[in-house]
Write a new protein. Structure first.
Length: 619
């Protein structure tokens, strides 16, 4: 019986397959949503039939579709169209221009929201906007700006809308900053948890259901643009199951998902966590669903007394004495029902106490084959890495230090940041390790910022954190974003490689990840993204292959005006020069300076002078 004719063949690509038995290829065939041939152009083209579509990739680098092991895409999708994103913006001046433009197009009673994904350290000015600056550009429109886990800034209109006054008490774990007269200034601080920030954000208007569906589609399209084809959703506050999953499940039923989603269930009720999970284990089973949408277990919140939300601007929070007693029955329930779980844990002290509970439960209910893991683990010790390995667990790391590294160094010192988190030691000790973003409210959803951080050890503000021994080479870093993450959704061997039999997910890149300068890794995008052998995003020469998507709703949405991750602008040198040969070459010094500053990248000094035909210049 002959093999079925391929639906699609891609030729003239440089495929990094991540299959060690067949690491490189220049063509692939896809049939029925899977890779059916990976090899040379001649061998693959022999399989083509009259109905096979063939796309010439023109020598571009191709990688497996990226998988984010920790994102809040279900919640984030509901709100994406309402949010002005400062992800990647490199100056506060530009950010404020974007804010002013959005204020001008946003009708009452809507808010303008900048909800995470950036840090003040990425701005040239190295600061956040002041409340006076917000009031100047938005005297009447509510503005809410969330910065990491540590603070939110509200303008006067937003303060009036949420109703915070002199008489409003500080909530537990948060502070409403006040002036000398006791009136709120507009600054909200997490001390130490972010409940006050998220509870205030929740007071804002929501999109109607049809707009939420549109918003989620646009967010998926945005991550497709960056080469993402899979996400493990970590749940989140104000994301209850099942009611807050109606939109994503409707999109799944309608065939409109463009990323593969494995979702974890996040308890919403302090002191009632066991009741939540006791109910959920009766409603849904791990793995229930299909290759596009499937249940993945519990977490990242298991019990509130074990939640050590990181804010490196404040002291490490000490978990209450009741943590172990609260956590044990939940972990026992999950293990008995063979539910995988994940637990948010920033600090080694929290991880130690959680592992005490895990080891106790594992004596009675073996964890064999359960894919459980910690999220974050920035300060984990070698001892606890070994304990995780002994229990067969994993660690999902995120690039939060790329956004908060400066604060960590300020509190704990540069030496402590050299292996935070100690990724290389995790891998050497045999722990399962995967990478992700923790988007959208903390770090950006851009996977290439994470890959840049894994390879360089630098923050988005340019501060080098990691010691050389903790850095990954580009191949190892990419594996954490592809094949390694399949373990975290219990799908090993199904996705994460360009390999015969695996799901046909891949990204054709704008630039070659393996050869661009390190700092330029963060600028990479996809020009063609495939999910299950079907195009879900195309750009440039490949734009004609991309399916259309309805415009962002509502019409004032930032997403309708091209607001997504902002690429870095090439730096240009402004140099005053004089030309020693002005008479013979006819070029004056001011002409040199004008040409240099207007068009020449800082990396191309020789190209500038060569183009001028001048070899006897002097500064």
């Amino acid at each position: 019986m002959s093999a079925p004719t391929p639906d699609l063949i891609l030729i003239n690509g440089r495929f990094a397959t991540l299959d060690r038995a067949n690491p490189q290829a220049d063509a692939v065939a896809l049939t029925g949503g899977k890779f059916t041939a990976v090899g040379t152009r001649d061998d693959v083209m022999r399989l083509a039939g009259s109905s096979t579509e063939v796309i010439d990739l023109k020598g571009r680098r191709v990688i497996p579709g990226l998988i984010d092991s920790h994102m809040h895409i279900i919640r984030g999708g509901l709100n994406y169209n309402m949010e002005l994103r400062w992800d990647g913006v490199r100056s506060l001046a530009d950010a404020m221009r974007m804010l002013k433009a959005q204020v001008d197009r946003t009708p009452a009673p809507q808010w303008v929201r900048v909800v995470g994904g950036f840090t003040e350290h990425q701005f040239a000015e190295k600061r956040l906007p002041t409340i006076d600056e917000l009031n100047a550009v938005a005297p009447d429109t509510p503005v809410f700006i969330l910065h990491l886990y540590d603070r939110a800034i509200l303008n006067g209109a937003a303060l009036r809308t949420v109703g915070y006054t002199k008489d409003t008490p500080n909530p537990p774990g948060g502070e409403i900053v006040r002036d000398a007269s006791g009136n709120p200034t507009g600054l909200l601080l997490a001390k130490p948890n972010a409940t006050i920030l998220y509870a205030t954000l929740a007071k804002g208007p929501k999109l109607p259901p049809d707009y939420q569906k549109n918003s989620t589609r646009h967010f998926m399209r945005e991550v497709n643009r960056l080469g993402v084809t899979g996400v493990i959703d970590a749940g989140g506050g104000f994301q209850n199951y099942p009611e807050d999953y109606d939109i994503i499940e409707a999109l799944h039923r309608e065939g409109q998902l463009t990323v593969r989603l494995a979702y974890n269930l996040f308890t919403q009720k302090p002191k009632a966590e066991l009741a939540d999970f006791s109910q959920w284990v009766k409603q849904v089973s791990p793995g229930q669903g299909d290759d596009l949408y499937r249940h993945n277990g519990a977490g990242e919140m298991l019990v509130y007394t074990a939640a050590d939300f990181e804010d490196f601007r404040v002291e490490r929070p000490e978990m209450p004495p009741s943590m172990e007693g609260d956590l044990e029955p939940v972990v026992r329930l999950l293990a008995e029902n063979r539910w995988p779980w994940r637990l948010h844990a920033t600090y080694d002290e929290t991880i130690s106490r959680a592992l005490d509970v895990y080891e106790k439960v594992a004596k009675d209910v073996p964890f064999d084959g359960l894919h459980w893991f910690f999220d974050h683990a920035e300060t984990i010790s070698d001892r606890n890495i070994d304990r995780i390995a002994a229990l067969g667990g994993g660690i999902a790391v995120q690039h939060r230090m790329a956004y908060q590294g400066e604060y960590f160094v300020e509190r704990y010192g540069a030496r402590a940041a050299e292996a935070t988190p100690p990724i290389r030691r995790m891998l050497e000790r045999g722990v399962k390790v995967g990478a992700g973003t923790d988007a959208t409210r903390v770090a950006s959803y851009n996977p290439w910022v994470s890959l840049y951080w894994l390879v360089t050890g630098k923050t988005v503000g340019g501060l080098r954190l990691s010691a050389p021994g903790n850095l990954l080479d580009r191949d190892d870093a990419l594996r954490l974003w592809t094949e390694a993450n399949a373990w975290f959704s219990s799908e090993v061997g199904k996705k994460g490689q360009i390999k015969v039999g695996q799901l046909g997910d891949l990204a054709v890149l704008s630039d070659d990840y393996f050869s661009v300068p390190e700092d330029e890794i963060q600028d990479i995008t996809s020009v063609l993204t495939l999910l299950g052998g079907k195009v879900v995003y195309g750009d440039g020469d490949f734009g004609g292959h991309a399916p259309e998507i309805p415009p962002a709703m509502p019409d004032w949405s930032p997403a309708r005006h091209g607001v997504g991750y902002s690429p870095r602008q090439p730096q240009v040198l402004n140099v005053s020069v004089s030309c020693a040969c002005a008479t013979s070459c006819g070029v004056h010094g001011h002409a040199h300076a004008r040409a240099w500053s207007s068009s020449v990248p800082a990396s191309d000094e020789s190209g500038f002078w060569g183009a001028l035909g001048c070899s006897c210049w002097a500064f």
